[in-house]
Unconditional design. Structure first.
Length: 193
């Protein structure tokens, strides 16, 4: 995570990639509350019918409360909808975060929630409500943000971390000819970049 927002688990068939990804999903879920972490599961090859559990892909993780959706590459309509939704969500987050990264933004929100309003000397005039904001004269005095802006920021929905876990990315990147997921592959890849 220190090197960037992506993690790649690579190995030949039968080497335990899917099991490793399942363990990563379980570990992420154990470390964070569902309101602070959303997980999207994508199976690149779809799910099979083998009775040994190996063909279930990431589908066994769908009972974890952090999992918001589970998609398979053989459903092109849902995959295209996912690509559009993910692109829109990433744009929304970029607008919210501005130039700061998620950690800086989230820390700033946590500090703003803990901000204590200052008291002023004297009392407010009868019938006027004091909301704790300082109206500073033009000087070097720090001006707290207006009360209405603080209430609007508090009312903003929380921004949980979003993790997209893709099993069998190679099948998603270059699906076989005739694969039902082939039409949506380009849309999904552009969204995941």
């Amino acid at each position: 995570a220190a090197d960037g927002p992506h993690l790649l688990v690579e190995g030949p068939a039968g080497s335990g990639r899917t099991e490793t990804l399942r363990a990563v999903v379980a570990s992420l879920a154990a470390a964070e509350r569902p309101d602070r972490l959303g997980i999207v599961l994508v199976d690149g090859r779809g799910t099979g019918t083998a009775g040994d559990g190996t063909a279930d892909g990431l589908g066994v993780c769908t009972d974890i409360p952090h999992v918001t959706t589970h998609l398979t590459a053989n459903d092109p309509v849902r995959m295209r909808e996912f690509a559009q939704s993910l692109t829109a969500e990433l744009k929304r987050r970029a607008e919210l975060l501005g130039r700061s990264d998620f950690t800086e933004w989230h820390t700033g929100r946590a500090l703003a929630d803990r901000m204590v309003t200052q008291r002023t000397r004297g009392s407010a005039a009868p019938g006027t409500e004091h909301n704790g904001d300082l109206d500073a004269p033009p000087s070097t005095t720090i001006r707290l943000r207006p009360g209405a802006a603080r209430r609007a920021a508090d009312a903003a929905p929380p921004l949980p971390r979003l993790v997209v876990v893709v099993d069998d990315l190679d099948a998603l990147v270059s699906p076989a000819l005739g694969s039902p997921g082939r039409p949506a592959a380009g849309s999904v890849l552009r969204a995941l970049e």
